[in-house]
Ligand binder design. Structure first.
Ligand code: FE2
Length: 295
């Protein structure tokens, strides 16, 4: 596996993963404990949990100048931030599986955070991903988030996912093609390298998968057409109207469709939850993106 990336890349990633784990274990993960206790005391846990399982299918269209006509109406199903709990979560996986099977698509993409916590065993998360694999299109591409270990790439690929870690894959369709560029997590591990992805591409049509929207400027600098991401959970715990109590991205691209200097992007609210298994005024989502050619 080491020949696939520059010398020292995997070792550096694994060392950072270890450092993060030690920090969270030593501190006792206080944010998680406080948030869980607050929710229990408020008596709103059951409602928050119900909201968290109320998975929605969002429809989004990108109107793309210069996009090949043969790729008009190409459909991408986008999953993000599953955060499959260590206890397993049959309702979460079943919900995703059912919605996915009922949503015809040409390509499935997953933009990170499959494991609930950012350290510890990944076996249950991998089992969930394996279960979902059959519900997805033949082409299913994923990138890693800040909760995912680079040590799980081999297992994911054995299930039939194409995993991109600063790499590119060319998708052929109806006599045309475009590149999917996949970054390593830019939010915590910061070993992402978009230039390397672009160099591996074979076309000038670029769909970028990045765990976090914080790469929007980088995407513009590399002439990316579409950026698909997650990480923010849309705020997850929001006030009425969807205003987040807390946000985990420094850019104002918290959820839904956005545009930044010619780059069209979409930030998924994610399918799962993080820190607490509850959502308020911010339902979980899968997203069907339709790429439309502007003539
Ligand atoms: Fe996440």
């Amino acid at each position: 596996m080491n020949n696939r990336w520059p010398p020292g890349f995997v070792e550096k990633r694994l060392a950072r993963e270890k450092k993060k784990e030690q920090k969270l274990v030593l501190s006792g993960d206080p944010i998680r404990r406080i948030a869980q206790a607050s929710l229990l005391l408020s008596g709103m846990r059951a409602r928050g949990r119900r909201n968290a399982l109320n998975l929605q299918l969002e429809h989004n269209e990108f109107s793309l100048p210069h996009w090949p006509e043969q790729l008009h109406d190409f459909r991408i199903l986008h999953l993000s931030d599953l955060h499959i709990p260590e206890t397993g979560d049959d309702e979460l996986i079943s919900g995703i599986e059912q919605l996915t099977r009922n949503t015809p698509h040409h390509l499935a993409v997953l933009t990170g955070d499959y494991r609930d916590r950012s350290f510890g065993p990944a076996a249950v998360a991998l089992k969930g991903l394996a279960r979902l694999r059959n519900a997805l299109s033949d082409n299913a591409i994923l990138v890693l988030g800040n909760h995912d270990s680079i040590g799980t790439v081999g297992d994911m690929e054995a299930m039939g996912y194409r995993v991109l870690v600063n790499e590119a894959a060319t998708i052929e369709h109806a006599g045309s093609s475009f590149d999917v560029l996949g970054l390593d997590d830019p939010s915590y591990y910061k070993q992402h390298d978009l230039q390397r992805c672009v160099e591996q591409g074979t076309t000038r049509f670029r769909v970028l998968l990045s765990h976090s929207p914080d790469t929007h400027q980088l995407a513009q600098e590399h002439s990316v057409d579409v950026l698909l991401c997650g990480h923010t959970h849309g705020g997850q715990l929001c006030l009425p109207g969807g205003y987040p109590i807390r946000r985990n991205s420094h850019v104002n691209l918290l959820s839904g469709r956005w545009e930044f200097n010619g780059v069209q992007g979409y930030t998924s609210r994610g399918a799962g939850t993080s820190v607490v298994d509850a959502r308020f005024n911010c339902p979980p989502e899968l997203t069907l993106h339709q790429l439309k050619t502007v003539i």
